[in-house]
Design a protein around this ligand. Sequence first.
Ligand SMILES: [Zn+2]
Length: 72
Amino acid sequence: MSEQSSSHRKMEQRFCYCGKGTVRRTSWTDRNLGRRFLSCKSPKEKGGCNFFLSADPPMYGRSVQIIPGLLR
Ligand SMILES: [Zn+2]
């Protein structure tokens, strides 16, 4: 008899540490190519926090490793 409230994992509605909300960004650095992540809506200079949450499904990591190799 376990009553678990269904937790909807809506990334877009995640809130960061300072509560300003999050935006989805894509990293284009060589190391994290095409990686999607959530970060604070406000930049640090404007009072934002340094919230960081990966928005990728676990299997996505595999293609990230392959893509940089194709570009070289
Ligand atoms: Zn924040």
